[in-house]
Design a protein. Sequence first.
Length: 263
Amino acid sequence: MNSFLSMGGIVARLTVGAALVGMAAVASVAQASVEKGSAKVVAVYGSVEVSVDGSTWTSAQRGETLREGARIRTADAAALDLDLGRNGSLLRILQDSSVALTALSYQQTGVETIVNTQIDLEAGRVAGHVRKLSAASKYEIRTPKVLAAVRGTRYEVSSEGDVVVAEGSVVVVSYQEDGTLLTRVVNGAEAFSPVSGNVDVASDQALADIGGSASSVPGIVALPGLQGKLFDDGTSVDRVLLPVAVHVSRSQPSDAGYSTGGE
């Protein structure tokens, strides 16, 4: 079966961001040089590996910089936080995930910054906080089942095609078994199911898992030291939630199994 990780030309023609680009923006882009972006590892929890060539893997280290083409894989009960800088704020790669940073570039037109970010999610889940982007920008998460075009948003996407949005909006293009494409807009506090093809109100647990509320859902780990680095909605959220099978108390020592930012 075809997928959004292999559809190539079809996806290129259907990229949602392209439909939003006006003629004035195109002219401006043509005059601006394309710069390569980067992603900085700001926190590591558990066993996480990275590869710059697709074959050699090393343990992820807080503070290291990843470039376009890098791959990341997380083990059970592990996670990695990336600061994408100009390419869209922050990305969390959750447990049992495999991700490729397929495109990380940007253009400074003198009027705005136009970014091109493509995250290929081959397995698992990612969550993120993307600041408001310019109309000509493109921030896409591609899975075997869907293409998710993200605007200014807090979201979570799974490789199976489930999309949850805490705030902002995500345009989802879902590849159907009969070869057709289904397009849906998922707004804040909504969720898309690739099985039904419907957009419904997101559950409290789904929103809590991406920092949508301060929740006491069983089976979550508090990650101290990540305050304000991800899902910062201007409130006094004092933790970022990582769903795992074991509950760890918020009084957990700060050196228990993870590395975070700080002096």
